[in-house]
Design a protein around this ligand. Sequence first.
Ligand code: GDP
Length: 195
Amino acid sequence: LFAGETQFVKGVVAMDGLPPADRMEVCFAGRSNVGKSSLINALTGTKNLARASNTPGRTQEINYFTLGEKGFLVDLPGYGYANAPLPVVEKWQRLLKQYLSGRQTLRRAFVLIDARHGVKKVDEDIMSLLDSAAVTFQTVLTKIDKVRKSDLEKSLRITREALAKHPAAYPELVLTSSEKGDGIATLRSIIAGID
Ligand code: GDP
């Protein structure tokens, strides 16, 4: 499903730029710096794939990658930039809302949460958006290699409490480290199992 079959398709800035909805897709969302590019690279087994989406000018685009013929992997812009100008934030929020509620072939969103920081207000906002768009989302903790076991347990508890408030939340969390490889195979098989 992944290795050697993942290619960058395009960056999208408006709904009419989306590729044809002819296969299933999953999307990845998370605060900037949460480790989204690293995770996508680890998942797809390529080093530079998601780097394109982190270059200036690309950061506000919805980036499409192929998962073989089976589907699309969609990299949503990182949110929570402290110093992004308001019109930029509003423009991408509008696009995000349109995308989440209007994309028929979107099967699941993966919301990335830094294991050190837990769920923040901006994450809650995205989760609420997913609730209202009725898009099932699964939470992925990132950078678990950076936290002590006791802190990880605390993070997990807080995250589960937050998820309980969201009807679109999938109860099962995925714990990952792109650095060490934890959870990558699990996440791959979760995606492979989505029709
Ligand atoms: P993005 O902005 O969400 O795409 O985040 P990046 O993937 O660019 O990662 C942000 C920073 O976190 C980089 O310095 C990465 O090297 C680091 N990082 C990402 N994933 C991991 C991880 O699993 N473990 C550790 N220790 N660092 C990570």
